[in-house]
Design a binder for this molecule. Structure first.
Ligand SMILES: [Zn+2]
Length: 288
């Protein structure tokens, strides 16, 4: 049974989200409620599977970082996400006023819009993520995400609020500007958010070919390596398509026991073991 879960969980999750999106659309079920339900179920499953089939036993132990991770998760869910939801429509209205243009919602079929939104958001998030690695001041924000020295499911919500805000604006705003429907954007989230929520999970999946398409925890593990040539890879949010296009894809080979996750040696003066608030404030101190 364990081997079946390891081999097919990711593929089953993607199939399930796609099927549920189709059914919800056909039956007129509220998509936002479905997104919340799917996300909650995924987090519970991730928590259980980390105990049952961990990739590394040691990564299930709190090494003094749980408070930082929970602080970040609560901040993002209760403050940053609602702020982004309120801010983005205002940004779009302002952009249309500046352009002196009229907003026209796309008349494309729903699932064509979902595919277009998926490609566009993934493109935006890919470049936002890559720029956060290339540009020193952005890296200092993104270092909070990489400062964790273990990978487990809560890491997915360990972000500097500004980093999270920039990712969201670059990823989502263009799709709103073009006029894709809000439901198509939620449809994209239903398809991808459960996958993203297990991207850092300490679960010993063996997803095979799916690792070449989706940003699974096996593929993403390399992105958190302490070796820059390994970590400046697999930037994709839910899909690795743009990593293939722009030459940053790294095949998910076995992440052997000696491999470590965390910051690069060049960022050793980053206050990685400090509290969440101190790490946020570190954007105002001089960088390494
Ligand atoms: Zn990164």
């Amino acid at each position: 049974m364990k081997n079946l879960v390891k081999r097919f969980f990711v593929i089953a999750l993607v199939s399930l989200t796609g099927t549920l999106l189709f059914i919800a659309r056909e039956q007129g079920i509220n998509l936002e409620s479905l997104l919340v339900l799917l996300s909650a179920i995924t987090l519970v499953l991730a928590f259980i599977l980390e105990k049952k089939i961990p990739f590394r036993d040691a990564w299930n132990n709190n090494i003094g970082d749980l408070k930082t991770d929970l602080s970040s998760a609560i901040t993002l869910i209760l403050l940053v996400e609602p702020a982004i939801k309120a801010l983005l429509p205002l940004l779009i209205i302002a952009a249309y006023q500046c352009l002196n243009a009229e907003y026209i919602e796309s008349s494309l079929p729903f699932f064509v819009q979902v595919i277009a939104v998926t490609l566009l958001v993934e493109f935006g998030k890919y470049w936002s993520h890559r720029l956060h690695h290339l540009q020193p001041s952005l890296w200092w924000l993104h270092a909070l995400h990489h400062s964790s020295e273990r990978l487990y499911f809560i890491n997915n919500l360990r972000f500097h609020p500004l980093n999270y805000l920039i990712n969201s604006i670059i990823g989502i705003a263009p799709t709103m500007l073009i006029g894709f429907s809000p439901d198509a954007i939620i449809g994209y989230l239903i398809l991808t958010q459960p996958l993203v929520l297990i991207q850092h999970a300490n679960i010993d999946f063996n997803s095979g070919w799916a690792n070449y398409i989706f940003s699974t925890n096996e593929a993403h593990r390399w992105h958190h390596s302490t070796i820059p040539s390994e970590a400046n890879r697999n930037y994709g949010n839910a899909l690795l398509i743009w990593d293939h296009v722009f030459g940053t894809f790294k095949a998910p080979d076995v992440f052997i026991e000696e491999k470590r996750v965390g910051l690069f040696s060049s960022s050793s003066c980053y206050p990685a073991s400090s509290s969440y608030w101190q790490q946020i404030k570190s954007m105002f101190i001089s960088r390494c």
